[in-house]
Design a protein around this ligand. Structure first.
Ligand code: PMP
Length: 314
C-alpha cells in the first residue's frame, strides 16, 4: 500500500509541511527499531460535519505506555498527545476517513543499541484511508510457521517498531501461500493474534479471545469488542485458545484499527462454521460501524469529534 499523505505533520514540536518532516539516515530508531507507534482511525461522521477519531485518549495512553517500555523521556502527557493529534486533524481538515500515525522514536545518531538516556521525539502524520479489506468476503488465514514474539524477548503488549519484522515475516508467508492473513501461535503453541490484528472465535454462542499473557498486543478494538459484546448480552471469555479449537469454531474474526471487524472464512483451507459471516460477528460489526460513524449514543464517548470547516459557498 502506498498513500498520499495529508499536507501537515507534527514534527519536533511544531506543525510543519509533511515534506519538511525528515530525519537522518543515522537515526537510532531507523537502525535498531527503537520506536513506538500508534495507528488510529478517524471516520467521517454520518452527518458529514465532523471526523470522529476512535478512542483517541486510549490510543494516546497505549502509545505512551509503549514509549515507557522504551524508557522514552518526553515532555508530553497522554492528554498532550490528544491535543496535538486533534490539532493536526483540524489543520488537515480532510473531509473523509483518515488514518493517523503518531510515533515516538529515538532520533540520536548513536551506534550503541541501548534505550536509556539518548533522547526521544514525537512525530505524527496522517493520510486518507477507507476500508482496506473487502469486509463482505471472508478472510482466508493460515497458521503461520512464525511464532509471535514472546513478551520476554521483545515486549509484545506494546506497539514497538522493531517488533514489526515479526508481523512482516508472518504476513509475507501468508500472502505467498495465497492467503490474506497469518495467525501466529505463541511459543507455548497457543493462538496469539494476526500480523496486525487481534482475534476472536465463537463457540456455542460464547465469544472467546486470548489473554494478554498469550503474547498479544493490548488491542483497543479488542477491548471495544469485549465491551460491545457484554452490553449486547453476548457471553465472553478471555482464555487461551488452541489451534484445533479454531478449526472447530462456529465463527472467527480479526479485529484491529486497520482491519476493523473482518470475518474469517477459512483457516488452513478449512472453512470456519458454515463458511459465511456468522450472526455474532455480524452483530458486532453492525454495532461497531454505527458507533464509529456517530450513530450510537451508547458509544458516543469513544469518539473525539473534529468539526470540519466547510469552505464558504459549499
Ligand atoms: N495486534 C497487532 C500486532 C497490531 O499491530 C494491531 C494493530 N494496532 C492490533 C493487534 C490491533 O490493535 P488495535 O485494535 O489497538 O488497533
Amino acid at each position: 500500500m502506498s498513500h498520499g499523505m495529508l499536507d501537515i505533520a507534527f514534527f519536533q514540536g511544531e506543525y510543519v509541511p509533511f515534506s519538511e518532516a525528515n530525519i537522518s539516515i543515522g537515526t537510532h530508531c531507523v537502525q535498531y527499531g527503537t520506536g513506538a507507534f500508534a495507528g488510529i482511525r478517524g471516520y467521517l461522521d454520518r452527518s458529514g460535519e465532523s471526523v470522529n477519531i476512535f478512542r483517541l485518549p486510549d490510543h494516546a495512553r497505549r502509545l505512551m505506555n509503549s514509549a515507557r517500555l522504551l524508557r522514552a523521556e518526553l515532555p508530553y502527557t497522554p492528554d498532550d498527545v490528544v491535543t496535538i493529534i486533534s490539532g493536526l486533524a483540524e489543520r488537515n481538515n480532510h473531509v473523509g476517513d483518515v488514518y493517523i500515525r503518531p510515533f515516538v522514536y529515538k532520533p540520536a545518531v548513536q551506534l550503541t543499541p541501548r534505550l536509556r538516556g539518548i533522547g526521544d521525539e514525537l512525530a505524527v502524520y496522517m493520510l486518507p484511508l477507507g476500508d482496506y479489506l473487502k469486509l463482505d468476503r471472508g478472510q482466508t488465514a493460515i497458521i503461520s510457521s512464525w511464532f509471535r514474539i514472546p513478551d520476554n524477548a521483545i515486549p509484545s503488549r506494546g506497539k514497538l517498531s522493531g517488533a514489526y519484522v515479526n508481523s512482516a515475516m508472518a504476513k509475507d508467508e501468508a500472502e505467498e501461500k495465497g492467503a490474506d492473513e497469518a495467525i501466529m501461535l505463541n511459543t507455548d503453541g497457543k493462538i496469539a493474534e494476526g500480523s496486525a490484528c487481534n482475534l476472536f472465535i465463537v463457540r456455542d454462542g460464547v465469544l472467546i479471545t486470548p489473554p494478554f499473557s498469550s503474547d498479544i498486543l493490548e488491542g483497543i478494538t479488542r477491548r471495544s469488542v469485549l465491551k460491545m459484546a457484554e452490553d449486547a448480552g453476548i457471553p465472553t471469555e478471555i482464555r487461551e485458545v488452541d489451534r484445533t479449537e479454531l478449526y472447530l469454531a462456529d465463527e472467527a474474526f480479526f479485529c484491529g484499527t486497520g482491519v476493523q471487524i473482518a470475518w474469517i472464512g477459512t483457516v488452513d483451507g478449512r472453512p470456519i462454521g458454515r463458511g459465511t459471516v456468522g450472526p455474532i460477528t455480524k452483530q458486532i460489526q453492525e454495532i461497531f460501524f454505527a458507533a464509529v460513524r456517530g450513530e450510537s449514543d451508547q458509544y458516543a464517548e469513544w469518539l473525539t469529534r473534529i468539526p470540519l470547516k466547510v469552505p464558504a459557498g459549499a
